[in-house]
Ligand binder design. Structure first.
Ligand code: TXA
Ligand code: MG
Length: 317
């Protein structure tokens, strides 16, 4: 059931159930992070491989000491600067965090989400929330309550409706090798902004065999419809004259009349706006029974990097 009643959601979580919560990035599939049975339910619902750990959501930076220890200085700087916000930190875990949450790793992923309803929820709960994005493993992340409902229906009792996610891309993930900051996943917080606060950040190379952060698995965030990327959308369309094609474009482009489905992410060409609209546009295109979705390359800076990363994963088989 889609609801805005916080009390219903609080009681459900206290019973150990799984609910969906809004965040500024994407909707999450949340349960009591300290209760193994709840964490198991999340993995089962999402059909997520057990090796892929979850993010623990906390109400504020003061809660950090209850989930993590030996926190490096740059992590403290980042937490104070960007929380609540779309930044996840990978830190040494406290023993109280079940191994199931961290997939047996001795590190835990933590963030303070920036959504008023969910912050209020977290403040009223006596435990933190483990929450992956609220999509089945490998599918496009949800940015509206109705996306979550389409994926999970009544398999979860409540979807807390917080409207449309204002960032629209998952959080950026930063870990540490000793004290050196490492980027694990591009996300809604541009890497440039992080570097302004802590200086250089090492970028991890993608590795499918042993993913440090399985958001790094190459196939992820993918529509069901065949999707290809193109440097020149008009040329690409011309190569598939008999196909029913949908186009995702950054700004408006003039298309021939046969192409009736164009999703424009930002008329004015703003990357933040494009990021916010990306997943909802992919969800819509994916429901049109098209034979092909053509997507462009975005400018490779700021959030354009994250969008390019997600589109690249969307096309991999
Ligand atoms: O914006 C977000 O981060 C959303 C909202 C709901 O907070 N959550 C999200 O969760 O995107 P999920 O589970 O779809 O992605 C979490 C990523 C995964 O790629 C996982 O592998 C990585 O975080 N991760 C979690 N714990 C980790 C750890 N201890 N070490 C390395 N990577 C970790
Ligand atoms: Mg996800």
């Amino acid at each position: 059931m889609i609801t805005t009643d916080l009390e219903l959601v609080i009681n459900s979580l206290k019973r150990g159930e799984i609910v969906s919560i809004p965040t500024e990035t994407v909707y999450g599939l949340a349960g009591n992070a300290l209760k193994e049975e709840s964490v198991d339910l999340i993995f089962n619902l999402k059909k997520r491989p057990a090796f892929n750990p979850l993010i623990v959501h906390i109400p504020d930076v003061n809660f950090l000491d209850r989930v993590a220890e030996n926190i490096p200085d740059p992590a403290k700087l980042l937490a104070n600067h960007f929380w609540p916000g779309p930044l996840t930190l990978i830190l040494k875990k406290k023993a109280s965090i079940p191994n199931r949450v961290t997939a047996g790793k001795d590190t835990v992923a933590v963030r303070v989400p920036n959504h008023p309803l969910t912050l209020e929820l977290l403040k009223k709960l006596p435990f933190p929330l483990a929450a992956p994005s609220a999509n089945p493993f490998g599918s496009i992340s949800p940015t509206l309550a109705i996306h979550v409902y389409k994926y999970f229906g009544d398999k979860i009792p409540f979807i807390l409706d917080g409207g449309s996610c204002k960032s629209g891309l998952e959080s950026t993930i930063i870990g540490f090798e000793n004290e050196t900051p490492v980027l694990y996943r591009h996300g809604a917080l541009a890497l440039e902004k992080i570097k302004e606060v802590i200086g250089p950040v090492k970028e991890l190379i993608k590795n499918d065999q042993n993913p440090q952060a399985p958001g790094m698995l190459s196939k992820h965030y993918a529509p069901q419809t065949e999707t290809i990327r193109s440097e020149n959308i008009l040329e690409t369309i011309a190569n598939f004259p008999n196909k029913k094609i949908g186009v995702l474009s950054f700004q408006k482009i003039e298309l021939s009349e046969e192409i009736t489905h164009q999703e424009i992410l930002s008329e004015k060409g703003h990357l933040e706006e494009a990021a916010r609209n990306l997943y909802a546009a992919l969800h819509r295109l994916d429901q049109l029974q098209l034979e092909l979705i053509v997507v462009p390359y975005f400018p490779n800076h700021g959030l354009g990097k994250t969008i390019n990363d997600r589109l690249q994963r969307a096309i991999q088989k």
